[in-house]
Design a protein around this ligand. Structure first.
Ligand SMILES: [Zn+2]
Length: 130
């Protein structure tokens, strides 16, 4: 191998490293943008009874307790630390209470005996209910 060959090889290696670091840096920047994007702050807990949209509550509420009374029974909904959960229910199997908290879009809590569904939705999705 002549000197020129060695030079080209080294140059190519440096270029690879440069491209790799550029990809890493842009991935890192994208991750930061997603992390701080306002999307996180615009989530709502949406309450459905019998498949019908009832109301939306912003997840930013520090602490909120709400009784959902229907002909089927009562559920106590809690919002704490950007998470939603069912604190109490007079339903048979307590599945909704045991299913724990939700905080991300497309997650849901279902209380089948009370025909109650609580979902997490973003502002755009909530806007479609109005
Ligand atoms: Zn239940």
């Amino acid at each position: 191998m002549n000197k020129a060959g060695v030079f080209i090889k080294k140059f190519a290696k440096k270029k690879d490293i440069l491209i790799a670091s550029l990809i890493l840096i842009s991935a890192f920047i994208l991750a930061i943008i997603f992390w701080f994007s306002p999307f996180e702050g615009q989530l709502y807990a949406c309450i459905y009874i019998d498949g019908e949209f009832i109301e939306s509550i912003p997840l930013q509420e520090e602490l909120l307790q709400e009784e959902i009374k229907t002909q089927y029974g009562t559920n106590v909904l809690m919002i704490l630390d950007n998470k939603v959960y069912i604190k109490e229910s007079d339903c048979t199997y307590q599945q909704c209470v045991n299913s724990g908290s939700i905080s991300r879009p497309a997650q849901a809590i279902v209380c089948a005996p009370h025909s109650l569904v609580i979902t997490i939705e973003d502002a755009e999705s909530v806007g479609r209910h109005r």
